[in-house]
Design a protein around this ligand. Structure first.
Ligand code: G3H
Ligand code: 13P
Ligand code: ZN
Length: 341
């Protein structure tokens, strides 16, 4: 099957007690590891590409890596998604590059400007059968290319930054977005909180009520498992005070509160870094990249398999495929024109 949009995935995830994992790719090893994990767990997956990833890897290379993944795993439902797109121009470029889903992140703009840029992005993407994720509210944490806020400042004022349920209703109606990234207490990066994380479950519930049928997305959902931080630090790293969202809270947001898409990048970076550091520290004579990138790739695969259990998406691939067929096998026009279908 060709790359598909997230629609058949979210149709089932909504009310189905599972979420689709959206994992960031920047190179071949990350893509292979994620796809390998999803094939082993029979899970639908969203591969997401940030502006930083486009710059780092060159979209042509990423495109061919993804095509190879589709050829290797023809039965795996895979969507390719722009993560944190900032302009309508970039959305257009990604639609032409064969993305099946795009995010337009206007959350740092004043509300009316967010509505305007999102509605424009929706118009452009929908014209080609591509779906759109938008964002409303403000997340904490800082990553290269993602607008965010210092963890401490964020925590002190978190209530003020959470997504407003009534505004979400107005926003969804005025923009026509297909899914909505919401601020409900998660945060980007490895240093999310000074205190224990506490997701605003009541806020998810309220947004679900004001926006029935709209799939909700949780960014900043890495758990920053302590055992990986310990490994990084043991083998020469320096990551004091790293902290994430406990997996039980992610699982609860998905299984009991209906979140449909969960974004995870930091935990994959941690798994990769911990393993490479371990090889360098324990085998100082090693200099063949295959002998540290190979184990790193395996560590990422294990991390993704663990996440697919947390998200309860393991074993859902076939259902998604069947639903996609029932919908009439919809694909963006890029694929209808003959390429990759
Ligand atoms: O939320 C952002 C993702 O982790 C991507 O990060 O912009 O450094 O590629 P990046
Ligand atoms: P983490 O930094 O928690 O992995 O979040 C990634 C993300 O939200 C990508 O959009
Ligand atoms: Zn994000």
């Amino acid at each position: 099957m060709p790359l598909i949009t997230t629609k058949p995935m979210f149709d089932l995830a909504y009310g189905g007690g599972f979420a689709v994992g959206a994992f960031n790719i920047n190179n071949m090893e990350l893509a292979q590891a994620i796809i390998d994990a999803c094939a082993k767990e029979s899970s639908p997956v969203i591969l997401q590409i940030s502006r930083g990833a486009r710059k780092y890897a060159n979209m042509r290379y990423l495109k061919h890596i993804i095509d190879a993944a589709v050829e290797e795993h023809p039965d795996l439902p895979i969507a390719i998604h722009l993560d944190h797109g900032d302009t309508v121009e970039l959305v257009k470029t990604c639609v032409n590059d064969g993305f099946t889903s795009v995010m337009i992140d206007g959350s740092h703009h004043p509300y009316d400007e967010n509505v305007k840029v999102t509605a424009e992005a929706v118009k452009v993407a929908h014209a080609s059968g591509v779906v759109v994720e938008a964002e409303l509210g403000m997340l904490g944490g800082i990553e290269e290319d993602v607008v965010g806020m210092d963890a401490h400042e964020y925590e002190k004022n978190v209530q003020k930054f959470l997504t407003d349920p009534q505004q979400a209703k107005d926003f969804a109606a005025r923009t026509g977005c297909d899914s909505l990234a919401v601020a409900i207490g998660t945060s980007h990066g490895a240093y999310k909180f000074k205190q224990e994380a506490k997701l605003a479950f009541d806020r998810i519930e309220q947004i679900m009520k004001t926006c029935p049928g709209l799939p909700l997305v949780m960014h900043g959902s890495s758990s920053v498992p302590q055992e990986f931080i310990d490994l990084v630090n043991k083998y020469g790293g320096n990551m004091p005070n790293a902290r994430g969202v406990p997996e039980e809270q992610i699982s609860k947001a998905v299984r009991s509160y209906g979140v449909c898409k969960v974004n995870i990048d930091t935990d994959l970076r941690l798994a990769m870094t911990a393993k490479i550091r371990e090889v360098f520290a324990t085998k100082p004579a090693e200099f063949d990249p295959r002998n540290y990138l190979g184990p790193a790739r395996e560590a990422i695969t294990s991390m993704v398999r663990r996440k697919l259990q947390v998200l309860n998406s393991a074993g859902k691939a076939q259902q998604v495929n069947q639903h996609w067929e029932k919908l009439g096998k919809p694909v963006p026009s890029f694929y209808k024109s003959g390429r990759a279908a």
